[in-house]
Design a binder for this molecule. Structure first.
Ligand code: DHK
Length: 145
């Protein structure tokens, strides 16, 4: 049984499509999940797509990914800039990790310019909009050979 790719989404991404559409667009997270599942089927990759507003839940899912997932695509959202706990959890995971931001965080407020997660991520994406999720999946497919 091939291992799935975990897509982990942090706080407020459940409101994607509704909150700050000028920054994050009008596509919902359910639409993004659907697009990833369709591409995953094309690439022969299983997808496990999750979102939580709670830091501990994200940590639990990263720990669950150990020995379960082939790779992790993570949009930690605000936890990017605050969470040593998410970084520590990712450091316990052996497979490839792609950090993804919908917006171009380096064009935004200074507090969004630092990422704890980048210390672990094998690739970092920002500013591709929701299309970044499919690009990340294609890159993950390449990394996994
Ligand atoms: C999403 C968030 O919710 C913000 O807290 C981050 C990220 C940026 C995004 O661009 O996907 O700063």
């Amino acid at each position: 049984m091939p291992r799935p790719i975990y897509f982990l989404n942090g706080p407020n991404l459940n409101l994607l499509g509704q909150r700050e559409p000028d920054v994050y667009g009008r596509t919902t997270l359910a639409d993004v999940e659907g697009a990833c599942r369709a591409l995953g089927a094309e690439l022969g990759l299983e997808i496990s797509f999750k979102q939580s507003n709670h830091e501990g839940q994200i940590v639990d899912w990263v720990q669950e990914a150990r020995g379960t997932a082939a790779g992790i695509v993570i949009n930690p959202a605000a936890l990017t800039h605050t969470s040593v706990a998410v970084l520590d959890a990712l450091n316990s995971f052996d497979g490839p990790v792609i950090e993804l931001h919908i917006s171009q965080v380096h064009k935004r407020e200074a507090f969004r310019h630092h990422s704890y997660v980048s210390q672990r991520a094998d690739a970092v994406m920002a500013g591709f909009g929701v299309h970044g999720y499919e690009l990340a999946l294609r890159h993950m497919a390449q990394l996994l050979g």
